[in-house]
Design a protein. Structure first.
Length: 380
């Protein structure tokens, strides 16, 4: 699993004068033997670099160590990642091996810092979801992230009166008042814990599970900072033992929330575009925006593939043509120019959102909010 903490740690990696090697390689669980050669092919570049007489001794030693360390890590058993990223600076005793839940392009970068944009882009697509199962006397907390559900901290138990006969001798309405009071106190304690965790940025959204008739009262106890992160609620027995059941119901909540967020982003971007604001819709304008680093956030219809062309010199992107109108060189054909666009946006620090929901983006394929107005296009 790709942890936020891991990415934060990798973001801080610095070679202090030594090169940091970042290597990304696709991992195909159906063709595991392809992975070592994908990595080895890229390491070849480093082996050539090691022969460069301009390279100083410390950098050479460090890079040699990096190659050895990655060669060793490649042989490790892996379950089902879609890609693996290695970050290494052996001269500073740094090594990270990260499995990614989404495919990324093979790429090797040597720099003083780690090359993390693909990592950040993958993380962007996931919400850290806190799942809370709550009833009038018990609350259990889980993290749902990248298809994994993990119980987080111990449960919160408070005394609850469930049946009047628990309190022999008390008049029934007194017992009920007492039960209400204890439930409220419990809900407040759960709300406080969530509030603290929200302040520590431990999660982005919350899914609340429990008995349907009890959830509304619990939600009323949540402070605004937590309430606005509630992605949805689901019905489950608060003492449910089967993690698979809890995960399945919570995932449905997250999916619905993500589809709704996609709808909102598409609507906002298309409205801004129609109003003549800083946004574009459709592949031709988005490609030009990507080539000129104008994209703030790119919305891409998931699973749409569009063959096209790319200029390896200046990053010009197009659906058709032969020569680059910017530099006049011949364009390279690519089986999917949208993928090149996504990479370009990530390289320039923009955000990318893959849209699965059924929205008007299906007609446009791509749309983007812009950081500045599109520069004039070169005449082709
Ligand atoms: Zn060009």
């Amino acid at each position: 699993m790709l942890e936020v903490e891991t990415v934060d740690r990798i973001l801080r990696v610095h070679g202090d004068g030594l090169p940091v090697l970042s290597l990304y390689a696709r991992f195909d669980p159906d063709d595991r033997r392809a992975f070592p050669s994908r990595v080895d092919e890229q390491l070849h570049e480093v082996r050539l670099l090691l022969k460069d007489p301009a390279l100083n001794r410390d950098a050479r030693l460090s890079l040699r160590g990096d190659v050895a360390r990655i060669e060793e890590a490649v042989t490790e058993e892996r379950l089902h990642p879609q890609a693996v990223a290695f970050f290494s600076c052996s001269g500073r005793d740094l090594f990270e091996d990260v499995e990614l839940p989404r495919p990324v392009h093979d790429r090797l970068v040597t720099d003083e810092t780690a090359w993390v944009r693909p990592l950040v882009a993958v993380l962007d697509e996931y919400h850290r979801c806190r799942v809370v199962l709550v009833d009038r006397g018990l609350a259990r907390f889980f993290d749902l992230y990248q298809d994994e559900l993990v119980e987080r901290g111990g449960p919160l138990r408070d005394r609850a009166l469930r049946k009047p006969d628990y309190a022999a001798g008390m008049r029934e309405h007194t017992t009920q008042n007492k039960a209400e009071l204890l439930a409220k106190r419990h809900y407040r304690a759960v709300a406080e814990r969530l509030d603290e965790e929200a302040r520590r940025h431990e999660f982005d959204i919350v899914a609340v599970g429990g008995h349907e008739h009890e959830i509304p009262e619990f939600l009323d106890h949540l402070p605004a900072a937590v309430r606005e992160r509630v992605a949805g609620t689901f019905s489950v027995h608060p003492r449910e033992d089967d993690l698979g059941t809890i995960r399945g119901r919570a995932e449905e909540v997250v999916q619905r929330y993500e589809r709704a967020e996609e709808q909102r982003l598409v609507a906002e971007t298309l409205e801004r575009c129609a109003a003549g604001g800083l946004a574009v819709a459709g592949l031709p304008d988005c490609l030009w925006a990507g080539a000129t680093a104008a994209v703030g956030q790119l919305l891409v219809q998931d699973e749409v593939v569009q063959p096209g062309l790319v200029c390896d010199t200046d990053g010009y992107l197009a659906v058709e043509g032969e020569r680059c109108p910017v530099c006049g060189r011949e364009l390279r054909r690519t089986p999917d120019v949208i993928d090149e666009l996504v990479q370009a946006v990530i390289d320039e620090g923009g955000g990318v959102e893959h849209v699965e929901a059924d929205t008007p983006l299906r007609e446009h394929v791509t749309a983007a909010s812009l950081r500045f107005p599109l520069p004039a296009r070169p005449a082709s």
